[in-house]
Structure formats: structure tokens, C-alpha cells
Design a protein around this ligand. Structure first.
Ligand code: LLP
Length: 416
């Protein structure tokens, strides 16, 4: 569900015509609907109301200050993975007591800044990391709270690169090592290990893997409690799948109905870390056709956006629906939709059925709100595009397109 709809043959975002934004700001750009963004957050909040969880938006999925602030204003916490994300979350007004910090490679500088800030929990991904957090906390004379990120080793049907809950992956701590850590609990004088965390992967459409992982971790919590170790927080991670093509993902309510009965019994404070579910369908990527060419074997639509702007098709072979911003009901033919970059991997779609399109037509690459802008780069010396948000019948530029000066920042010709 989203607020990008065709009315009278034109694509609108809420109350604004997408083509009118393109006329004003130029292409390409990312476009977000405030309503879709916040509605998705509210859907999770409503479905899980019974547990009153801390919903920490995974800002790695979309780090725009306005996106974060829109959610923080509704009560969201933030799931961060770096010092940069922490700084930005604070700028957006996030409450440190609703910030959780995962990452397999936290640096000393990052740990110290997070301690200084007073975040809610470190989601710890290894024993040496726990030792490091304790060492730094001792040095700073501060007590901190931590959750062990358990790697539950459950199968999760998703792309190989976004699967994180198996022991073949670098994430989290296996149950055996976790047991050892709790046995040696006292050696961590300045870290209170009072939480457990799981995150088994991303774009998982079925509820089964989540339930399996949650059950596994609750069994472990029961085991710990029998030994007198008290856990207060359970962070069930993110990973909820969305519709890109013809997926039938579980809804927030269906997810809640499956897991609330299990979680409720534990009496633990629940934390969630959704990213894609909130922002994925709240954003599109708008790009303009530069040329159409036919080499006898294939037809290509060459657009002004490229893999540097949206890398998901290249990286994960991800499907994104592509529509003409001005509806075109002509007979459809197969096209490869490609960018200007000097790589064959620079594509948005292969053999995609599109009507007869022409130079200067606008295309919208749908469901691009999550892992779109944040994964963009300056490859081929291309400036990062602008980001626009619509709220009702207004739109605002929430991040300027980069300039040549931005591209050159910090670079200098040295003399030898
Ligand atoms: N929590 C942790 C610890 C994570 O690592 C992630 C995502 C999330 C929460 C949020 O997951 P979500 O609800 O968005 O599925 N670039 C890939 C996705 C990478 C996900 C990384 N971790 C893509 O474009 O599909």
C-alpha cells in the first residue's frame, strides 16, 4: 500500500503531480510520501500496541534527516550501525534511550561516543567486542547495557547477501559462546548484559523464520532464567518483507498475531528494528529517458539515472516495478532499462514490458525508498541525486542534488 497513484493519466504522490516536481527540480531524484512513510510506522505501532514495543527504525534503510524526524516525532527509536548514524539520529531529535547499536565491527571511537551519548543498548556481536566495550566503559567510568546478538542459525528464505541468521554468516554470537559469556558474566564489571537480540535477514515475506528464531531465543532466555540470569530486553530485529512484484508478505497485523502470544508470556520489554517495511514503498526513483535504441536484437531505454543511484537491481538482481509517469496505454514491448554508466550491470530492468516510450518521458522506479539513496555512490563522477518529500499537496527538497564542488571535496593535487 502506498500513496503513489494514477489520476487522469498522471502519476501523483499524495496531492502532487510527479511530473510537476520533475519540472521544478530536474531529474533524477528520489521522492518520498510522508503519508506512506508514517502510515507504515503506525501500522506496526498499532499491530503491536499490546506489547508497547520500542520501534527502532533501521536508519540504514533510509538515513534522510526528514525521514528519521518524521518517525521520531511519532515515537520511533533508531537502530544504528555507525557513529555517523548515531550523530544523525541525534540531530533528528532521537531519544538516546531509544537507540540500539548493532554492527559486527564497532570501533573504539564509536563505542566511546555511544557510551557518552547514553544509548539504550549495545547489540553485541562477539565476545571480543564485549570485552572492548567493557574496557572502554571502565576507562570512562560509565556503566552500560548490552544485548547479545544471538545467531539462531535458522533458515531464512531471502537473497544470499541479506541472510544474516545462519552460522555461515558473520553476524551475532552462537548459542554455545553465548552460554560461556553468561557464565563469565562477572568479568564484565561495567556492562550489564540484560538483553538478547536477533536479526535473521531482510525481505523475509513469511512469518515462519521469525517465529522459529524467536522461539529459539526464548528457550535460551528460559535456560538463563533457571540459572538466575535475568534478561529485560528482547530485540526481535527487522526484516519484514514488502511487495516489489508479486510477493504476498505477511502484514504487520499477521506478524503481530503470530508473535505476540509468544512474546507476551515472557514479560520482556520488546524492541523491533524495521527498516524496509516502513520506508520501502514510501519512496520512488524518478528518472528521465535520454535515448531509446534498438540494435536489432534488443531494445534499450537509456535513462539519466544509473546503478550509482539505485544499485539494488545490479547487486541483488532485485525487481523494481517501472511505470511511465504519464500513463501510456500503447502496445507494450520488451526493453532493457539501463543507465549511462560504463558497466553492463548498470540496469534497472531486463526485458521489461513497456509501452512505446520516447526521449524526455519520465519513468518511476517504484518501491525505492529503502536501500536506495543510502547505497548510492559517485561512481563515474556522478553527483548524488536530490531527495524530495511530499506531504499533502506540498513538496519540499529535503536533500539537494550534489554539485561539482561536492564531488571534489577533500581532493587535491599534491606536488612531489
Ligand atoms: N536490524 C539489523 C541489525 C539489520 O542489519 C537490518 C538490516 C535491519 C534491522 C533492518 O532490516 P529491514 O527491516 O530493512 O529488512 N541492502 C539490502 C538490505 C540489507 C539489510 C541490512 N540490514 C537490500 O537492498 O535489500
Amino acid at each position: 500500500m502506498h500513496d503513489f497513484e494514477f489520476k487522469e493519466g498522471q502519476l501523483w504522490c499524495e496531492g502532487v503531480k510527479v511530473s510537476s516536481i520533475a519540472e521544478r527540480v530536474g531529474t533524477p531524484f528520489y521522492l518520498y510520501s510522508y503519508k506512506t512513510l508514517t502510515d507504515h510506522f503506525l501500522k506496526i505501532q498499532k499491530a503491536f500496541a499490546k506489547l508497547d514495543p520500542i520501534i527502532c527504525f533501521a536508519m540504514k534503510s533510509n538515513g534522510n534527516l526528514n525521514v528519521i524526524k518524521s518517525l521520531v516525532d511519532l515515537g520511533a527509536g533508531i537502530d544504528i550501525v555507525s557513529i555517523g548514524e548515531l550523530g544523525k539520529a541525534l540531530l533528528a531529535g532521537a531519544d538516546p534511550k531509544k537507540i540500539v547499536f548493532a554492527s559486527v565491527g564497532k570501533t573504539e571511537e564509536e563505542i566511546a561516543f555511544a557510551i557518552e551519548t547514553g544509548i539504550l543498548l549495545f547489540n553485541v556481536e562477539s565476545e571480543p567486542e564485549l570485552e572492548e566495550i567493557n574496557r572502554i566503559a571502565v576507562k570512562m567510568d560509565r556503566k552500560v547495557q548490552a544485548a547479545l546478538r544471538i545467531n539462531p542459525d535458522v533458515p531464512a528464505p531471502t537473497h544470499e547477501y541479506t541472510n544474516t541468521g545462519s552460522l555461515k554468516k558473520k553476524f551475532g554470537i552462537d548459542l554455545g559462546t553465548s552460554r560461556q559469556i553468561f557464565k563469565a558474566y562477572k568479568k564484565y564489571s561495567h556492562v550489564k548484559i540484560n538483553g538478547l537480540h536477533i536479526h535473521i535477514g531482510s525481505q523475509i515475506t513469511s512469518g515462519v523464520p521469525f517465529v522459529g528464531a524467536i522461539k529459539k531465543v526464548i528457550t535460551f532466555i528460559d535456560e538463563l532464567s533457571a540459572e538466575g540470569i535475568k534478561i529485560e530486553y528482547l530485540d526481535i530485529g527487522g526484516g519484514l518483507g514488502i511487495i516489489y512484484k508479486n510477493e504476498i508478505p505477511q502484514t504487520a497485523q499477521q506478524y503481530a498475531d503470530k508473535v505476540i502470544p509468544i512474546l507476551e508470556k515472557t514479560g520482556l520489554k520488546i524492541i523491533m528494528e524495521p527498516g524496509r517495511f516502513i520506508v520501502g514503498n514510501a519512496g520512488i526513483f524518478v528518472t528521465k529517458i535520454l535515448y531509446v535504441k534498438d540494435n536489432g536484437l534488443k531494445k534499450f531505454v537509456i535513462v539519466d539515472g544509473g546503478m550509482n543511484d539505485l544499485i539494488r537491481p545490479m547487486l541483488y538482481d532485485a525487481y523494481h516495478e517501472i511505470v511511465c509517469v504519464a500513463q501510456n496505454k500503447g502496445a507494450r514491448q520488451k526493453f532493457d532499462v539501463v543507465g549511462p554508466i560504463c558497466e553492463s550491470g548498470d540496469f534497472f530492468a531486463h526485458d521489461r514490458l513497456l509501452p512505446k516510450v520516447k526521449k524526455n518521458d519520465l519513468l518511476a522506479v517504484m518501491s525505492a525508498g529503502a536501500y536506495g539513496y543510502v547505497m548510492s555512490s559517485n561512481y563515474n563522477m556522478r553527483p548524488r541525486v536530490g531527495e524530495i518529500m511530499v506531504k499533502g499537496d506540498k513538496f519540499k527538497i529535503i536533500k539537494d542534488r550534489e554539485t561539482f564542488k561536492d564531488l571534489m571535496r577533500g581532493e587535491k593535487i599534491v606536488t612531489w
